[in-house]
Ligand binder design. Sequence first.
Ligand code: NAP
Length: 246
Amino acid sequence: MTIALITGANKGLGFATAEQLGRSGVKILVGSRDSDKGAEAAELLRARDVDAEPILLDVTDPAGLRPAAARVREGYGHLDILVNNAGVLPEATESDRVRGPADLAMFKATFETNVFGAVAVIEAFLPLLEAAPAGRIVNVSSTMGSLQDQLDPESPYHGMVVPAYQSSKAALNAFTVVLSKALADTRVKVNSVCPGWVQTDLGGPENKAAAPMTPAEGATIVAEMALVAGDGATGGFFDRNGPVRW
Ligand code: NAP
């Protein structure tokens, strides 16, 4: 049985990724920081023929990650796929409280989930990924974190200035590269992906209304890299059109 843990899978891209991976026969552990939301999402997935169970997981609570990892170890002995999907964009939803481009509190709040959260989950679950025949980690990033896009006046991302979020995704990308090197002698592959601009709650209602892609469309590249073959990429950054510039 192939087992995947998706953080922040109770809605948005995480839920859509759960549905796609689940439909391809993967057992889904639906990570959610709220037990009711996790249970509801798992029930909805099961109604759509996905083998899903909720797992309580707040990525900003390392102490709570240990019992979650212990549960997976006891239940399955390994973890095949980890999707670090949980993410926040408080600069969009709390824009009236942003105090400028170098707002330390905003940076801390954003990095806590988008960077330290991913590191904490990998720390807790890496032994289980290494115990799998072909462990896969997907870090859900964004082209908004691409330094080359930010520097390129021709890029559609050039005019976007969301300092804490962009810095957090650039840091997550750096971690993907370094981690892939650290894991080079293992069977575990790790990649960053950008799902595109997707209709979710992340950037608030206006963003959701303006976004061109559905969660299912955005989830395609996430699911694809979660199932990347043994001779496939590691330490890369991809969207639905192929490699993304760092
Ligand atoms: P979303 O609908 O707001 O979903 C975010 C998910 O993350 C929710 O399930 C949320 O849980 C969860 N989450 C937040 N903080 C958490 C924590 N501390 N512990 C556990 N779960 C937590 O947004 P989304 O668009 O699907 O975002 C998913 C990922 O895609 C993020 O990493 C985001 O940066 C990335 N992304 C999105 C877009 C886009 O256009 N939407 C583009 C590029 C990248 P609650 O329901 O409890 O809040």
